[in-house]
Design a binder for this molecule. Sequence first.
Ligand SMILES: [Zn+2]
Length: 160
Amino acid sequence: MLIDKLIFKIDILYYLSIISKNKMNTTDTYICPRRLVMIKIQNNCMFCENPQGPSYIIYVYPEELVGYIYCANCKDSAVECSKYWNNNVAFGKANYLKEKDIQIKRTSGIIESGWKLSNPFITFNPKGMETIHCYNKTQDLGRWCNLVDILDLNPPSLLE
Ligand SMILES: [Zn+2]
């Protein structure tokens, strides 16, 4: 009898831990943001089928109109996905460097500080290397930099 109760208790705890784990793990329900151009702003939702009524937009990258469109019922999903995107997907492996002052290597080989990541989308250069766009506000200068160089020059330990 006592053992039965104990097993029941453990089962419940196990069950609850699975629920909270799934809730934390957004990847199961994660949807990629889209470029929101030429879209219906009625009955349109990236998170459910047959949405009714007005649609709303959250931009994750307003400069390029990239974001989520959702109906009144799916606001929570849209907010959760945009948070997940911002914390895990944007800027790829360099996500931890977003909004930070970083160093880049100029073509001359000089290491220069005062730069920031300026585009959350990683692209590939003609050589097939991952590049990320950086911007220097004081010089009003933008540069595509190799992602590996950015990660090498700005390791997490340097930011602490
Ligand atoms: Zn919806």
